[in-house]
Design a protein around this ligand. Sequence first.
Ligand code: SF4
Length: 366
Amino acid sequence: MSFAQKLVAWQRRHGRHGLPWQGTRDPYRVWLSEVMLQQTQVATVVPYYRRFLKEYPTVKALAVASEDEVLRLWSGLGYYARGRNLRAAAREVVRRGSFPSTAQDLQSLPGIGRSTAAAIAVFAFGERAAILDGNVKRVLSRVYGVDDANALWPLAGRLLPRRGIETYTQALMDLGATVCTRNAQCGQCPLRADCVAHKTGRIAELPAARRKRSLPLRRTTWFVFTDGEKVLLERRPSPGIWGGLLCFPEKPVLKVAATRRLQPIDHGFTHFRLRIQPVLCEVKGAAAGDGWVTLREACAGAVPAPVRELVRALRSGAGAARARRRARGAPASPRAAGAGAPRAGRSPRRTSRAGAAARGAPGAAR
Ligand code: SF4
């Protein structure tokens, strides 16, 4: 049996079936799933994919959505440029009147690279196109003992079967995600008899690890203004880190009598690490102005993971304070909202990378 035949036979018995984006040729649904799955694991994507489709069942619906609404739905999935590009691409598709239908043309849309374009062309249009995402690179590199990244695209193209491109492509994805992982499960692999890495004991070497760079550390301060159960948020400029999302101000935009430093938060981006020093600033009677939202609204809004984490801590503190007041029959305390906020501490908490990046592979800050 050929490489493709072995993979296809394996996929039919052991591959992933019944995922919400399988069994459709609707280019919108295929595209949405492929973009969400970039650097993100399937289990993370499924609920986001469902929510997104419910809100925007067609490309036209997405095209008229506001960026804020799209980012709110994307919130927690990370790599927010994907969400912004998705909306921009939807507008472009509507402007053109139809989806591009080849891997080549799909690359003209914002946020669609070569491998993603090929995957969409395969699953939506049945084109014989080669994909080469991180998982597939790992499989091909190990099976063929190829260490040269430039050789992998031509190799991926030569291996394409004449028929059954959809199952073959799904098989490659599935094998890379479930069997030929970093800790390869060679005992379950249909390719082990031919696999160079397996036969020569080079699994750990292939593909060659990229040299780890030590990332620079940047620091910032977040001024966490609270007024009762409201917080002050600002929209970040776009483009830029967390562009278009709501964050705490980085400047002391209001005067306060007393502040309290909270425990720092570390957040990883692709090119740097960010250490955030939150400073709790309690004010009274300011919450009528622009930017003030309730803790509940902030939690459900278009905010990056560290903001949501802080807001959740404030919410749980406010809830605990409310319960204590009820128990005592006491009047409201002005410090209630901050009572359960993270405390100052010596060692900063390490947050995972925002959203899916936290749960998936390394990559651009998302
Ligand atoms: S035999 Fe092992 S290393 Fe080779 S492709 Fe299969 S799982 Fe990967």
